[in-house]
Design a protein around this ligand. Structure first.
Ligand code: CTP
Length: 415
């Protein structure tokens, strides 16, 4: 099953943007080489500067060999006299991972005594730091005061996480997990055109219990919904993801402003969505909601011996969550719907998309053929027929669900 790092790596919409990666002294330095590889996989240009402390742990050659360009030398040692100003002129964002206590202190005081500190001081774009250090160093009043000051100045904080530390102790100070680092890096590079939006996303399957151990469901993995949640979050939105079983932090990690609401049944999904609906500006309905629930046998396990000749199960209809919310919207709430179809042709798919868009009162509706290769349940890619309430219609070729999600966010913003 695809995880969030693999998913984020399939986004190509930030191709050719530039990020400067600062690496300062911590055992966690080796992890930033991995981060570099993930960023390069997205087609992002990455330059890097290692502090003096970082060079005790890893070599600049590691970063240049992996593809960082340029990797800056220490102040007054290279040929370029204004290297300390370059990232500020060429890059859209700067991320320091790991950020040591010493680097945070230099940033807080505005020191420019080394190449990395000087480059940060001369950087006017968005900056994030991912601290990594021993728990006592992290909780020390001096570090906490530095971090509070940096946050007040608009520097984004990524982590730190809590867990085992290289020094043998356990606690806060562990470098943020790779998924958080990569997601934040992509967010720094993204346009913040959804900063005014609060978004509800339904995703994954629902499970309708029949007896104490059996249920009625479908193979949805929540990949399309997670892609939308991540893209909206990267573009500045606050996101509520109402997710069916199987969708957890492997797809949607704990990011500030992204809340996961796990549910099980269609009824629970409806209740959670209804509760959130008045507080959001956009609804994105990707969940493969069970349209029917079996009439339950009971809380106990149904025994084979009770039906030696077989038996029939009856089903009752569930509420249509999308339609319930789209028909009760207030003000400028926008609705994105999906349609999972098994049509024979693309023309037929477009007609079904138009009909479903009108019937569901959606602003934008994206339909895919779940029986087609490279599309549908669990696939990292999708080919879509996309229509809008205003008459726009396009057939999109097979592309990653992250790219599809990025473009659907744009359509919804424009609708
Ligand atoms: N949907 C929903 N609640 C349901 C059923 C569907 O919110 N009980 C939403 C889906 O999340 C999707 C859209 O409605 O955004 C269309 O779902 P789809 O299964 O394609 O269509 P249905 O309305 O179920 O119609 P049909 O099965 O007849 O194609």
């Amino acid at each position: 099953m695809i995880d969030v790092i693999e998913l984020l790596r399939t986004l190509t919409r930030l191709r050719n943007t530039r990020l400067h990666l600062g690496v300062s002294g911590s055992v966690a330095c080796y992890k930033s080489a991995d981060l570099l590889r993930h960023l390069l996989a997205c087609g992002i240009h990455v330059s890097a500067t290692l502090s003096g402390g970082a060079k005790h742990f890893v070599s600049p050659l590691l970063f240049s060999s992996l593809g960082a360009a340029p990797v800056y030398p220490e102040m007054f040692t290279g040929e370029e006299p204004f290297a300390h100003l370059e990232p500020g002129q060429t890059c859209q964002a700067l991320l320091v991972a790991p950020a040591s206590a010493s680097l945070l202190s230099r940033m807080a005081t505005g020191a420019a005594s080394d190449m990395l500190s000087a480059q940060i001081l001369a950087f006017a774009g968005p900056v994030a730091v991912a601290p990594a250090m021993n728990t006592l160093m992290w909780s020390n009043a001096a570090t906490q005061a530095n971090v509070a000051l940096l946050k007040k100045r608009g520097i984004h904080l990524v982590g730190p996480d809590c867990g085992d530390l290289a020094c043998g102790s356990t606690g806060h100070g562990r470098l943020a997990p790779m998924a958080w680092l990569l997601a934040h890096a992509l967010r720094l590079l993204s346009p913040q055109d959804m900063a005014e939006e609060d978004v509800l996303v339904t995703l994954g399957p629902t499970r309708e219990p029949w007896d104490g151990v059996r249920f009625w469901s479908n193979p949805s993995t929540g990949t399309m919904g997670a892609s939308l949640a991540l893209c909206a979050w990267m573009r500045g939105a606050r996101v509520h993801a109402v997710a069916g079983p199987g969708v957890d932090t492997h797809l949607l990690p704990p990011l500030p402003g992204l809340t996961l609401h796990p549910v099980r049944t269609a009824g629970e999904m409806l209740d959670q969505a209804l509760e959130l609906w008045p507080s959001v500006t956009m609804g994105m309905f990707t969940a493969a909601v069970a349209d029917f629930s079996p009439v339950p046998f009971g809380a106990a396990k149904f025994k084979k011996a009770d039906a030696p000749e077989g038996f029939s199960v009856s089903f009752t209809p569930n509420a249509d969550i999308l339609l319930t919310l789209s028909s009760s919207r207030t003000g400028r709430q926008k609705v994105l719907g999906f349609a999972a179809e098994t049509t024979a042709s693309e023309a037929e798919l477009m007609d079904l998309a138009k009909a479903k868009c009108a019937r569901k009162q959606a602003d934008v509706l994206a339909a895919n053929r779940v029986n087609a290769e490279d599309s549908g349940f669990g696939s990292p890619t999708n080919a879509m027929a996309v229509v809008s309430r205003t008459g726009r219609e396009e057939a999109w070729p097979v592309q990653s669900k992250m790219d599809v999600a990025w473009d659907l966010c744009s359509w919804l913003l424009q609708s």
